[in-house]
Design a protein around this ligand. Sequence first.
Ligand SMILES: C[S@@+](CC[C@H](N)C(=O)[O-])C[C@H]1O[C@@H](n2cnc3c(N)ncnc32)[C@H](O)[C@@H]1O
Length: 270
Amino acid sequence: MGVSRARLGGPCDPLPCGKWGPAVRWFFQNARNRLSFAVRNPGYALRAVLREVTLADERFLASATGARAIEIRRYLEEPSSDPRFARHLAEGQRTFDELKLTSADIYAKKVLIQYVVTRALRPRRVVETGVANGVSTAYLLLALERNGQGHLDSIEIGDPEYLPAGRAPGWFVPEWLKGRWEMHLGDSRVLLPELMRRLGETDLFIHDSLHTYEHMVFEFRAAFPYLRSGGVLLADDALWNPAFPEFARESGAKLARVIRGVGVLRKNGR
Ligand SMILES: C[S@@+](CC[C@H](N)C(=O)[O-])C[C@H]1O[C@@H](n2cnc3c(N)ncnc32)[C@H](O)[C@@H]1O
């Protein structure tokens, strides 16, 4: 049984479902916040629209993952049109509203970047740092589930500042997606090098823990040697400091770009 978009709470039902459908529909999730952001940042908003129209981000993500731009566009639509996940997002939104957790945007485009890269790359092994409530973790696990393969290891220090009272890190991850997931509670400074050594070759590494220059560079250097050729490194909030562009140069990566604040870097090779 499908879940209609009306049940998702977005005013997007009458919108087109063709080539531009996914981007337009996604815009209308959380539309009020997006519109007020656009009014305050018209230049940014205009550039974002241009990127949508020219499929610029999709084309870059396609070259970074070996998929086609049109597939990337299709993947963008999946989370909101997967009935079970869509229901989980809608229920989650209500909980986030009740808890007044305004900092977590469960419909943020940047989470979708992690999702589409995971779909397109079809990784067997994914490592992420920084779970908090578990929004991006839930999207990553949905992508693995739809791929029918892959495992996610997540590292989280458990800082209560990111969590509502009484909730454990990763509480947003639904039970039915937990089969491909292992959570490691502790500091990534200690756990990440150990975990990478133990896991060995990894297809996708995602940084979303502490966004200081030193910590980002530390995590990039700890994970990158274990990324396979053609593997991808993602860094959330990559514009907060120069760690990502500097590391892109250090690694010699030919494909690296920041999209929606997420640094995307492909390790050279196959
Ligand atoms: C921006 S939040 C992560 C958001 C999450 N990816 C999501 O989509 O909801 C950053 C998280 O990193 C965690 N963190 C901060 N420093 C850390 C460290 N040294 N090791 C592991 N986790 C850390 C914090 O506790 C926090 O939960």
